[in-house]
Design a protein around this ligand. Structure first.
Ligand code: ADP
Ligand code: MG
Length: 689
C-alpha cells in the first residue's frame, strides 16, 4: 500500500518519464500529486437545446448525427470532417479539423453528447472540435465538471487526470485527517477523503465548494499553526513595564509639530509599553507619513526608562540614513546612537559590540548585522524594524530572542498591506495606522510617457536644478552585461551607468552621479550623503533607493522602463519625492506596448493612495508575487487566495490560536499528524529559518 510521502512512481501508470515531467511542476510525492489542484474547471454539466445556445457559449448538447460525416481535404496539411447534428429544437454543424479518424467514430442516426463552444450567426450554429461521447455512456468527459490542470512538456490533461485518479484510488482509505476533530465539527468541514475526491472530480458545484473550503481551511490552518509556533515565544507574554514618560518633553525638541496621526500612534505604543505586557505593534503608514519619528519617540521613551533599543533596516543606505536622523533627534538627550552594518570592518564592528554589551542605555541602528550571533545586547527594551515585509518571519524573532526578557516590538511598514496579508504575516499584532501626511505636502503629479519625451525630460531636469532642486532617475538594471542570457533580458533596458554617461554629455553643467547595488557600501554611502547635502543634482540609481530614503529637496523622480516594476514598488519609488515644500513630479518612462502595462501605469497617474495601489497590485499580480515570496517568507499557497479568502483565514487563525493555547508543542497523540505536517512545511520553507 502506498504511503502519502512516497514517490509518485509507486502509482500505477507513472514511470520515470512521467515522473520527471511531474517533477518539473513540483510534484514528487503522492501528497504533492493530490495537492496538485486544478487551475480551473469546465462546466460540462449544463445541457442546452441547440436553439437556445448563444454565440460563444460553452455547452453540452445532446444531439443525433443527422448524416454520415464527410472528410474533405481543404489543402495540404488541413482536412476537415463535417456533419450535421440535430435535437428537437434545431441543427448544428459540427466540424473537426485535422482529425480525420472522427469520420469513423460518428455514425448517422446515433445520439451523442457534444461539449464545445458554439459559434452562432443568425440561426446558423456551428461547433468546432467538440469533445464527445455516446449518449448514455459515461466515460466522464461530458455531463460533469471537468478539472483543468496546469501542464508542461510531456504531460497532457488526460495523463494528469489519469495519474490523479490512480493516486486518489491508492490512498482513498487512509488519507489522514490532520485537522483536529473538534475543529472539523465546529467549522463544518467536509471529510478529507471527500475533499480530495471532489476538488479533482467534483460531483457537482456544491461538492466542489465544500471541498475547496475545507482544503483552503486546511492550508491556512497549517500556516497559522506554523507561524503561531514560531511566534509562541512572545505571544501575549509578560513584558517590561515602562513608566509613562512626559512625551511633551520630546515633542518640544522637534523642529516641527507631530501630526495628530503620529501622536496617536505614539500614544498607543506608549500605552502598550506601560501595560506590563510585551508590545507587539505594527505601525502602518504610507510613504512620507513620518514613521521614523514615531520610532524615535519610542526609543526616547525606552531610554528614559533606562533601556536600550535596536532599530533594524533592510538596506545599508537606509541604516546609514536612520543613524543620521536618530543622531539628530536623540543626541540632544544624551542618547548614544551606534551603527552596525555588514560592510563595516571587523575592527569597527568589534568596537561597536563592546559598547553594546556595556550595559549603557543606547540605540543600535543597523541591518541584519544586528542579528549576528556574536552581537550581545544588554538591557534591550525595544526592537523596531523598518519596512518590515522585507524580513523573513524568523529574522524578526531572532532579534527579539537576543533580549534577555521579552522586549517591546514595533514594526513599521511603508507598503500598506492589505488586511488579509497583514493578518498572516504579522499574526496577532496590534495595528496603528498613520493616515495623515505632515502638513504642506502636495500630491506628486505623475505622468506616463515614452522615450520620445527624452529631450523634454532633460529640460525638465535642468529646470529642477535651476530652482535648486534635485532629481532621481531609477533604472531597473546595473550595467551592460556580457552574459548572453542576462543580455537578452537587458535588451532595451536603460542601464544606470549607460544613462549616466549619456546625461553627463547632454547636461554638462549638472553634477550627475550613479549609485547601484554592486558598489561598495562606503561608496554608496558617500554618494547618498553628497546627494542629501545637495552637492549632486541628478542621482541615477538602481532600486537601492527604493525604500525609506529621505531627501526632501528632491522634487523629480524619473523611472526608466517603468513596466518592469510592480505597482507597490513604483509607489515606494515615487515616495522618494514630494517630501518637502516644493511641488514634486514623477515621470514613468516606458516604451512597452500592451493594455495591461498601460492599465498599471494609469493607476499610478490617477492615485497617490498607497492602499489603493497595493490592493490593485495584489489583484493584478496575485499574492505569491506580491512582495516576492522570498521577501515575505511565506510558503506558496496551493489553493488559498490570500487576497480573497479572508473569512476562512480568520476562522483558521482563531482555531490555530485556541489549539496552540491548549497544546503549544502539539505533542498530544491526536495532533501528531498536524505536528508532522508543520515540521515538513517549516523544513521546506527555509525563509522561516
Ligand atoms: P516614512 O513614513 O516614509 O518613513 P519619514 O519618517 O521618512 O517617512 O518622514 C518623511 C519626512 O517627513 C521626513 O523628512 C521627516 O523629517 C518629515 N516629517 C515627519 N513628521 C513630520 C511632521 N509632523 N511635520 C513635518 N515634517 C515631518
Ligand atoms: Mg521610512
Amino acid at each position: 500500500m502506498a504511503e502519502l510521502y512516497d514517490s509518485i512512481k509507486t502509482i500505477k501508470g507513472i514511470g520515470d518519464t512521467r515522473a520527471k515531467a511531474f517533477a518539473s511542476l513540483g510534484v514528487e510525492s503522492l501528497y504533492d500529486l493530490l495537492s496538485f489542484f486544478p487551475r480551473r474547471y469546465e462546466d460540462r454539466t449544463s445541457f442546452v437545446p441547440i436553439a437556445l445556445t448563444g454565440d460563444g457559449d460553452q455547452v453540452c448538447i445532446s444531439a443525433v448525427a443527422a448524416e454520415e460525416p464527410r472528410l474533405t481535404r481543404i489543402r495540404k496539411g488541413l482536412d476537415v470532417v463535417k456533419f450535421k447534428a440535430a435535437d428537437e429544437s434545431g441543427i448544428v454543424d459540427i466540424t473537426y479539423f485535422n482529425q480525420s479518424w472522427m469520420k469513423n467514430n460518428i455514425h448517422r442516426g446515433e445520439e451523442y453528447v457534444f461539449f464545445g463552444k458554439i459559434q452562432a450567426s443568425g440561426r446558423h450554429r456551428t461547433m468546432a472540435n467538440p469533445v464527445f461521447e455516446k449518449s448514455g455512456k459515461t466515460d466522464g468527459v461530458t455531463g460533469r465538471i471537468i478539472p483543468v490542470y496546469r501542464l508542461c512538456k510531456g504531460l497532457n490533461q488526460k495523463a494528469v487526470l489519469q495519474s490523479i485518479r490512480c493516486g486518489l484510488d491508492s490512498v482513498s482509505t487512509f488519507l489522514p485527517e490532520i485537522i483536529p476533530e473538534e475543529t472539523v465539527i465546529r467549522q463544518q468541514l467536509c471529510r478529507v477523503t471527500y475533499a480530495y475526491e471532489n476538488i479533482h472530480f467534483p460531483s457537482d458545484f456544491s461538492a466542489l465548494e465544500n471541498a475547496r473550503r475545507r482544503l483552503v481551511f486546511e492550508e491556512l490552518f497549517v500556516l497559522a499553526c506554523a507561524l503561531g509556533k514560531i511566534r509562541s515565544g512572545r505571544i501575549a507574554g509578560e513584558g517590561i513595564r515602562f513608566f509613562m514618560p512626559d512625551i511633551s518633553e520630546f515633542y518640544a525638541s522637534l523642529p516641527f509639530s507631530p501630526t495628530r496621526a503620529q501622536r496617536r500612534a505614539i500614544d498607543e505604543a506608549l500605552k502598550d509599553m506601560c501595560s506590563g505586557l510585551a508590545m507587539n505593534r505594527l505601525v502602518q503608514g504610507d510613504v512620507g507619513s513620518g514613521k521614523t519619528l514615531v520610532a524615535a519617540a519610542l526609543i526616547w521613551a525606552a531610554f528614559k526608562n533606562g533601556y536600550s533599543s535596536a532599530f533594524m533596516a533592510p538596506t545599508e543606505i537606509l541604516a546609514e540614513q536612520h543613524t543620521v536622523t536618530m543622531q539628530k533627534l536623540l543626541s540632544p538627550f544624551g542618547i548614544e546612537v551606534l551603527r552596525l552594518t555588514g560592510s563595516m570592518t571587523s575592527k569597527e564592528k568589534r568596537e561597536v559590540k563592546i559598547v553594546l554589551a556595556s550595559g549603557k542605555a543606547l540605540l543600535a541602528v543597523g541591518t541584519h548585522a544586528l542579528l549576528s550571533s556574536d552581537v550581545e545586547y544588554s538591557n534591550l527594551g525595544l526592537v523596531v524594524t523598518d519596512e518590515q515585509h522585507r524580513f523573513g518571519v524568523n529574522q524578526r524573532s531572532a532579534l527579539i530572542e537576543k533580549a534577555s526578557g521579552a522586549p517591546h516590538v514595533m514594526v513599521m511598514s511603508a507598503t500598506p498591506i492589505p488586511r488579509t496579508l497583514a493578518l498572516i504575516i504579522y499574526g496577532d499584532l496590534d495595528v496603528s495606522i498613520i493616515d495623515e501626511l505632515p502638513p504642506g505636502r502636495q500630491k506628486v503629479d505623475t505622468f506616463s510617457v515614452n522615450s520620445s519625451y527624452r529631450e523634454r525630460l532633460n529640460a525638465f531636469i535642468r529646470k529642477q536644478a535651476a530652482n535648486g532642486n534635485q532629481t532621481y532617475i531609477v533604472c531597473p538594471m546595473v550595467e551592460d552585461n556580457d552574459d548572453p542570457e542576462a543580455a537578452s533580458y537587458t535588451a532595451g533596458l536603460k542601464s544606470a551607468e549607460e544613462l549616466t554617461a549619456e546625461l553627463r554629455v547632454l547636461l554638462p553643467e549638472l553634477n550627475i552621479e550613479c549609485v547601484h547595488g554592486r558598489m561598495k557600501a562606503k561608496e554608496k554611502e558617500a554618494l547618498m550623503n553628497a546627494f542629501s547635502a545637495g552637492e549632486i543634482e541628478v542621482l541615477v540609481a538602481t532600486t537601492v533607493i527604493e525604500v525609506g530614503v529621505d531627501v526632501p529637496n528632491a522634487t523629480l523622480m524619473i523611472i526608466e522602463n517603468a513596466e518592469r516594476f510592480g505597482l507597490s514598488q513604483l509607489h515606494q519609488l515615487r515616495g522618494r519625492v514630494g517630501r518637502g515644500k516644493n511641488k514634486s513630479y514623477c515621470v514613468l518612462v516606458s516604451d512597452a506596448e500592451g493594455e495591461d502595462v498601460k492599465a498599471r501605469l494609469d493607476i499610478m497617474c490617477k492615485t497617490n493612495d498607497g492602499f489603493k495601489i497595493s490592493e490593485e497590485d495584489l489583484r493584478l499580480r496575485g499574492p505569491g508575487d506580491f512582495f516576492g515570496s522570498r521577501q515575505h517568507g511565506l510558503p506558496e499557497m496551493h489553493l488559498a487566495d490570500l487576497g480573497a479568502d479572508t473569512n476562512i483565514l480568520k476562522a483558521a487563525q482563531d482555531e490555530a490560536k485556541s489549539l496552540l493555547s491548549s497544546d503549544p508543542e502539539l505533542t498530544e497523540p491526536n495532533h501528531r499528524l498536524l505536528h508532522d505536517r508543520i515540521e515538513a512545511m517549516l523544513k521546506q520553507n527555509t525563509s522561516f529559518n
